[in-house]
Design a protein around this ligand. Structure first.
Ligand code: ADE
Length: 422
């Protein structure tokens, strides 16, 4: 553990990890402690330029206990899920040597050394955008690098899974399957990459962050209540999802957008149906979510073939996956027509992420939104009502890469002298 000079030292690693959106949903656990699901799931990893977690981790003999800071505030690491990840990583740590700094850490030293973890999400943690998926994946990935854990990404995914189920899918870019596994100890409940982000790079994703006043049921308690009370969930997990997984893998492999869109929408709708089948029923979507579904369904039907797929997690936000840039621009026009911003909003903060979609939609300023005409598929007046302010903002993004180490020292969130947040 010694640094040659005898004085204390800090060794740090920084990593960036994406979030992901499931297109075949994970809902229901067969083991609460190990976080083992009752069905396989498939996700698309989102571009970390727009939605990601950055985490710096450090080790030093001067640290007295494990500590973590999330978005600028110190948070407790005492929760079982964090502790499970830390224990699993420590047990797999290897020797680390930094000749320049004269640091030598042996496998055994890791049992006694403490770590500092500093993490930022580049999107609002409270917006319901699966921040814990990116967050726990980043924590596991960065600590694995620091501790020289030699396991591959799939083995790391089994550790991240114990922090937050869907975090296991954030260990890869592109299209990812979380295999439920059969083993009681969860060793085969891992994520695998189906295709990387370049495989299907026409897809454009628009997320509508929907304003919500309602306190949502947490996923953890929601899925427990579903497993305990829903009669539909068993049919979903045993009969429906296994067949959908096969079809979805095929659709992704062949870049078959109509099949991909139909499966994605059907699976989102069935997930919300099992939530309604829970006692007491769980409502994650709200009127705005339902209006977005109607808008997409009407447009898809009028085109004769799907242009856009929708999917909703445990909250009212819509994740809309468009076939290509042209479809995304037409979608954005429709969304801005129905859900214009409040009068005092500014366009730059109302549509964030990849702004080129806004240009393709021909929208340069707020006036352009006011002059949008009703979509051609709408024929009666009742469908042209506007819902100003019901969407907080839109994020334009695309499928993205998996975790990366950031080697540029300026990206570190930890002060290399003190080991505390910068
Ligand atoms: N939960 C939400 N965001 C997180 C993060 N960045 N790290 C750990 N847990 C989180």
């Amino acid at each position: 553990m010694a640094a040659e000079s005898g004085k204390s030292w800090v060794l740090a690693v920084t990593a960036q990890t994406p979030t992901n959106i499931a297109v075949i949903k994970y809902w229901g656990k067969r083991d609460e402690e190990l976080i083992l699901p009752i069905n396989d799931s498939i996700s698309v990893t989102l571009d970390p330029d727009h939605l990601c977690t950055t985490t710096s981790v450090a080790v030093s003999p001067a640290f007295t206990h494990d500590r973590m800071w999330l978005n600028g505030k110190e948070v407790s690491l005492s929760g079982g899920r964090y502790q499970n990840c830390l224990r699993e990583l420590r047990s797999r740590a290897s020797d680390v040597e930094d000749e320049q700094k004269g640091i030598k850490i042996t496998k055994k030293d890791w049992e006694k050394l403490h770590v500092h973890i500093v993490s930022y999400n580049n999107f609002p943690t409270a917006a319901g955008l699966a921040s814990s998926a990116a967050g726990l994946a980043c924590l596991v990935f960065s600590l694995a690098k620091l501790m020289n854990v030699k396991d591959d990404h799939s083995r790391l995914s089994a550790i991240a899974r114990q922090g937050s189920g869907s975090a296991c899918r954030s260990l890869y870019g592109g299209f990812v399957k979380w295999i439920m596994g059969k083993e009681e100890n969860g060793s085969d409940s891992i994520a695998v990459q189906l295709a990387d982000e370049k495989h299907w790079d026409d897809l454009v994703i628009i997320i509508a962050v929907v304003s919500s006043r309602q306190k949502e049921t947490s996923s953890t308690s929601g899925m427990r209540e579903t497993v305990e009370t829903s009669m539909l969930i068993e049919h979903r997990a045993k009969e429906v999802v296994p067949k959908r997984i096969v079809k979805m893998e095929e659709a992704i492999k062949n870049r078959d957008f109509p099949a991909f869109a139909r499966l994605t929408c059907a699976d989102s709708n069935q997930f919300h149906a099992v939530c309604l089948d829970t006692s007491p029923p769980i409502f994650y979507m709200n009127d705005t979510s339902h209006r977005i579904i109607s808008c997409v369904e009407k447009w898809n039907r009028s085109e004769g073939t799907p242009q856009v797929a929708y999917t909703f997690d445990a909250g009212p936000n819509a994740v809309l996956i468009s076939h290509n840039r042209k479809a995304a621009a037409l979608l954005l026009q429709r969304l801005l027509f129905y859900f214009p911003p409040q009068a005092d909003a500014d366009l730059n903060s109302y549509v964030i992420g990849d702004k080129t979609i806004l240009q393709d939609a021909g929208i340069q300023n707020m006036k352009d939104i006011d002059t949008l005409t009703p979509p051609p598929e709408v024929k009666d007046n009742t469908q042209t009502q506007k819902y100003r302010g019901d969407v907080s903002y839109f994020i334009c993004t695309r499928p993205g890469r998996g975790p990366v180490v950031l080697t540029d020292e300026s990206r570190s969130l930890i002060n290399p002298e003190t080991g505390l947040p910068k």
